[in-house]
Design a protein around this ligand. Structure first.
Ligand code: PEP
Ligand code: MG
Length: 320
């Protein structure tokens, strides 16, 4: 984006008419977190805790984990940090946790499901997060990846409460969770849409397969409908609990406007996208964003959805 346009972003995500949408960062450790804070992130919407576990033959101790999480929390005093519990399996295999002989790892034991096969790891991680959170300047939320059922959401919330973590949530990245978002939000305090996996599982298109890139687009109207359904679940549930987005979709400034129009409450992205997303969001009112969301939802395909919305955002012409 042109430097002049980027200068518009002042570190507070909002539409032109002042509808606030916190712009948060996806981070994978303390170094990332410090950089994200410098770039104006209003908090962390996704702390991928895999960094603490990767390239190891054994599980890190609780004390080791506490030090690692604290390093991230310290970068965001007074701000929200959403910690995602370990998402091992599929694209992130771990020698001591996952079965590398699974025929189809994307549909196998990954994310929250590893608690079935290797009980204890999640419980110890929650203890570590709670310990680091206890004397932390940040407001710590915690969420589980790959939740597919209401029971999983309620079991996870119970585990969080036992560990002393007060704000449990889950990721919505499996279509079943989007379909039952209202009931899931009856069990937890927030959800965060993982559009990378939600797209992969909705379209049955492996996210790592370049040949299927066109199918594997968060602009697919089917994916947008599931996002709308998730927001509707929060409205139906009555309390309008937060529905964030932490998949790559939030880093696309054009799609970010659509997500806001669909009613999501925060956007979390790689920190280098914050200013572009902030600038484009500032160029539309909430009503315009809602209209653009309808345009995208009613498109015949992903390309048409994107083309239609781009054509309605004059700010893009000023950008490089
Ligand atoms: C996602 O699936 O959108 C997500 C944010 O998680 P990850 O990319 O780490 O699977
Ligand atoms: Mg995911």
């Amino acid at each position: 984006l042109a430097a002049e346009t980027l200068a518009v972003f002042d570190g507070t995500g909002s539409t032109a008419d002042g509808h606030l949408v916190p712009l948060l960062a996806n981070v994978g450790g303390a170094v990332d977190a410090v950089k994200a804070a410098e770039l104006g992130a209003q908090g962390v919407g996704l702390l991928r805790t895999e960094f603490c576990f990767l390239e190891r033959d054994t599980e890190p101790t609780i004390d080791e984990q506490v030090v690692a999480y604290r390093g991230v929390f310290d970068a965001f005093p007074g701000k929200k940090v959403v910690v995602r519990t370990l998402d091992a399996g599929a694209d992130k295999p771990l020698p001591f946790l996952t079965d590398s002989t699974e025929p189809n790892p994307s549909l196998g034991v990954r994310g929250y499901r590893t608690d079935l096969t290797t009980p204890g790891v999640l419980k110890r991680q929650l203890t570590a997060i709670a310990t680091a959170a206890a004397d932390s300047p940040a407001e710590v939320w915690v969420m589980a990846p790959m939740i597919a059922t209401v029971d999983e959401a309620s079991d996870f919330a119970a585990m969080c409460r036992v560990a002393g973590l007060k704000i449990p949530g889950v990721m919505v990245e499996v279509p079943s969770a989007a379909l039952l978002a209202d009931r899931i939000l009856g069990e937890v305090d927030f959800v965060s849409l993982g559009t990378n996996d939600l797209t992969q599982y909705t379209m049955a298109a492996d996210r790592q397969l370049g040949t299927l890139a066109a199918l594997n687009s968060p602009w697919q109207p089917a994916v947008l409908h599931l996002i709308r359904l998730t927001v509707a679940g929060s409205i139906a549930q009555g309390k309008r609990k937060p529905v964030g987005v932490c998949g790559e979709a939030a880093a696309d400034p054009v799609l970010a406007v659509v997500l806001v129009g669909l009613g999501v409450s925060s956007l979390s992205m790689t920190a280098r996208s914050l200013s572009a997303v902030g600038a484009v969001l500032k160029s539309v009112t909430l009503d315009e964003a809602k209209r653009l969301a309808e345009l995208a939802l009613s498109a015949r395909n992903a390309d048409e959805a994107r083309t239609r919305v781009r054509a309605e955002l004059p700010i893009l012409e000023q950008l490089g």
